[in-house]
Ligand binder design. Structure first.
Ligand code: PLP
Length: 362
């Protein structure tokens, strides 16, 4: 099966096999060694010297952790959104009692830095800005460096970043650009099964944590810090995925993170060119097109549902449809982690063969 959704992604066999290692005591010395090693490796990929924590959670869990560890009910928060996950980030903050100002941009476009600047000028009470680096629902990578320059250098606000489908695949210079919290999850570019999430936490985020009054128990990062000091997690971790993480990180660091980023750019270019070569139109603006997921417009005369079903049934290729308002309007091809040119060529060729059978009857 050619699983081409933007996570979970195909996991290489050697990484998958590591999951079958026997269980160990998560409060023993073997685990402490593993935890310290993978934490060190993760910091290298996050390009950070900030604290970094491993949570047993999905991406949404770590988004929640980013919010509840830094904010209080009543805090003014600016949520810059370009899609479903941006909206979700704001919604979580709102459910926990933050006053969320939404700054929404059209699907397929990125956060416009000037509009963000003006919005922060107009709202001096904003405490934190929430942004998704790579908006998986539309295949858009937001200009994170420019956003950070404005949020941190010009306005000195907290910057909370959902890097779930970017960290490890698309450069995120956490310290260099000054992200306070960066969150990601294992089922994306890390080449791992779902179940673990990673979060970096800056000194400024720790300052915010001191005054943060949002309720938290499982996600209270102070607990993770206390236990990390003794080489333990506060709660039972997804041990099997920790074994795999160790192997995956070694693979990523051996290849070199710059090479990994370049490989993602190359495969994204192959995908974009392939799509155009068969007469289909890309959905995301070219200047913000993602290197981990490509969104494609479904032509008006094509039945999008039928296309996805036929690709699965006839070619064993699993594509992602559009989410919410984009359902039936776009489909998405995931190319994070290890994805070969042959796998993408297979997608393009199969799409080309399948499209004529999926015409809507007039
Ligand atoms: N944020 C982004 C950018 C994502 O791509 C996803 C998952 O696709 C999530 C958040 C939510 O992650 P999860 O489904 O693991 O909770």
């Amino acid at each position: 099966m050619n699983l081409r959704i933007p996570g979970p992604i195909p996991v290489p066999n050697n990484i998958l096999e590591a999951m079958s290692n026997p269980m160990i005591n998560h409060r023993g010395p073997e685990f402490a060694k593993l935890l310290n090693e993978v934490t060190k490796g993760l910091k290298q990929v996050f390009q950070t010297n900030n604290d970094l924590y491993i949570l047993t959670a999905s991406g949404t869990g770590v988004m929640e952790a980013a919010i509840v560890n830094t904010l209080s009910p009543g805090d003014n928060v600016l949520s810059a959104s370009v899609g479903v996950f941006g909206d979700r980030f704001g919604e979580i903050a709102s459910i926990y009692g933050a006053k969320v100002e939404k700054l929404t941009f059209d699907a397929g476009t990125g956060v416009d830095p000037q509009t963000l600047r003006e919005s922060l000028k107009k709202n001096p009470d904003i405490k934190a800005v929430l942004v998704v680096h790579n908006e998986t629902s539309t295949g858009v990578t937001n200009p994170l460096s420019e956003i950070a320059q404005i949020v941190k250098n010009e306005f000195n606000k907290l910057l909370l970043v959902d890097g779930i489908s970017s960290v490890g695949s698309i450069p995120v210079k956490t310290d260099h650009i000054g992200c306070d919290v960066v969150a990601t999850a294992s089922q994306k570019g890390w080449m791992l099964p779902p179940g673990l999430a990673f979060m970096s936490f800056s000194p400024e985020a720790w300052e915010a944590h001191k005054n943060s009054k949002m309720p938290k128990f499982y996600f209270d990062i102070a607990n993770y810090e206390k236990y990390l000091k003794i080489g333990q997690p506060p709660f039972t971790p997804a041990l099997s995925i920790m074994y795999s993480l160790d192997i995956a990180l070694k693979q990523i660091l051996n290849e070199g993170i710059e090479n990994v980023f370049q490989r993602h750019f190359d495969i994204a270019e192959t995908t974009r060119n392939g799509i155009k070569s068969i007469g289909l139109e890309l959905f995301a603006d070219h200047n913000v097109a993602s290197n981990t997921v490509t969104s494609v417009k479904i032509p008006e005369e094509i039945d999008g549902k039928k296309l996805i079903t036929r690709m699965r049934e006839n070619h064993n290729i699993i594509l992602a449809g559009g989410q919410q308002e984009l359902s039936g309007k776009i489909f998405r091809i995931g190319h994070l982690g290890l994805c070969s040119e042959e796998e993408i060529n297979d997608v393009i060729e199969s799409l080309n063969n399948t499209l004529p059978d999926c015409k809507l009857t007039p």
